[in-house]
Design a protein around this ligand. Structure first.
Ligand code: KG4
Ligand code: ZN
Length: 362
């Protein structure tokens, strides 16, 4: 097989890198189609087309449906984002896309569009790791901010990943721990499905947990002494608990639980996840003597997790940074931001670079 790249992007030197201004990025790693335009740190436009409705009835993502929808949404979204940003696309300095990890048939769509634009306009292409997009998102504070990436201990909690990372600087990461089975968001989604609640499960459980007693059900906090995470035992405990607490009569709730019992169960489940995430994050921050803790990914939208982690960090003297909720779930703004920082640091990608569904962060 021919090893030579089919196309190559224009060479970039460090001087040119510091002049790079406008990035157009696409995010299509899973079930959200995202396009964003960033000019330096100013976000000119960011659009996300959610596919929740298309996957909801299956209780999870169907890859074939996801890629068909990306194919339908991406060109329209591209058009809309470029108009909203009021830019001439030929003036974009670099095109970026998520190149992994994610669903192969979904990743291909965003990456192919970004590569096509880079080739067509003779501009730079950047392949961005989705997890790096999440990881750096707490530093994205908009046009007025110019904060550089500071050393921190970072927790990435999404539907596909749960990992704790020691960040020394841009592109200098050390894995502390990761889940050995389900991701935290996946546990939220699976338990919500068991309870007959909607998809995605995290926001549903959070909503039903409000006002509930988090101590009513004794659910496990697995592998607390390890750097790694495990959530499948917690999910199984809920499965075994359900038949014991379900009402015989048909009630108003989707899972035959009395409303108060459902609320307490959601609160107890949510608290079990929060306890595990908090304990490990604080322990890692202490071990690495971090001044700063960051949290990102869809699960970090959870208000109770944010509140409790904030309190725990304040008690220990750590600063906590979390992205705005709209930046926590999948979006292209975080991909554009990671691309901007990488370009400014002199990184670039070849358009021949392939997507990698299992792309590792470290
Ligand atoms: O980062 P994200 O949008 O996609 C992945 O990269 O996976 O995360 C989606 C995950 C889903 O599992 C969803 O249930 C969870 O984030 N999630 C939440 C909340 N909002 C989204 N989990 C707990 N509480 C929330 N409020
Ligand atoms: Zn994500």
């Amino acid at each position: 097989m021919c090893q030579a790249p089919l196309f190559s992007c224009p060479a970039i030197d460090t001087t040119a890198a510091t002049l790079v201004k406008t990035i157009l990025a696409l995010e299509t790693s899973c079930d959200e189609t995202g396009v964003a335009v960033l000019r330096d740190r100013e976000l000119l436009a960011s659009e996300v087309a959610s596919q929740v409705a298309a996957h909801e009835k299956f209780g999870g993502i169907v890859p074939e449906i996801a890629s068909r929808n990306h194919l339908a949404y991406a060109p329209r979204l591209l058009d809309r984002t470029i108009s909203a940003a009021k830019i001439d696309v030929s003036r974009v300095d670099a095109f970026a896309a998520t190149s992994g990890p994610g669903l192969a048939s979904s990743l291909m769509i965003g990456a192919s569009i970004a590569k096509g634009l880079a080739i067509g306009f003779g501009k730079l292409y950047l392949a961005i790791n989705h997890l790096e997009g999440h990881l750096l998102s707490p530093f994205f504070v908009g046009a007025d901010g110019d904060e550089q990436i500071r050393p921190n201990v970072s927790l990435i909690v999404s539907g596909g990943h749960t990992m704790s990372v020691r960040v020394r600087g841009l592109a200098d990461y050390q894995l502390i721990g990761r889940t050995v089975d389900d991701a935290a968001g996946e546990a939220f989604d699976k338990v919500a499905k068991m309870l007959g609640l909607g998809y995605p499960g995290g926001p549903e459980i959070e909503k039903h947990a409000r006002g509930g007693d988090p101590n009513r059900f004794d659910l496990p906090r697995s592998m607390l002494a390890s750097d790694n995470f495990s959530f499948s035992g917690l999910k199984t405990s809920v499965r075994y608990l359900l038949p014991k607490i379900e009402e015989q009569r048909v009630t108003q709730t989707p899972c035959n639980l009395d409303e108060g019992v459902l609320t307490d169960l959601c609160a107890s489940f949510q608290q079990a996840i929060i306890d595990v995430l908090m304990t490990k994050t604080i322990a890692a921050a202490e071990r690495y003597q971090a001044d700063l803790v960051t949290i990102s990914g869809g699960v970090s939208c959870n208000q109770e997790l944010r509140r409790q982690l904030h309190e725990a960090c304040s008690r220990k003297g750590f600063e906590l940074k979390n992205a705005e909720p709209w930046l926590c779930t999948d979006n292209a703004a975080m991909i554009a931001f990671a691309a901007l920082l990488r370009l400014q640091a002199g990184f670039q990608s070849q358009v021949a670079e392939e997507i990698d569904p299992n792309l590792a962060l470290v």
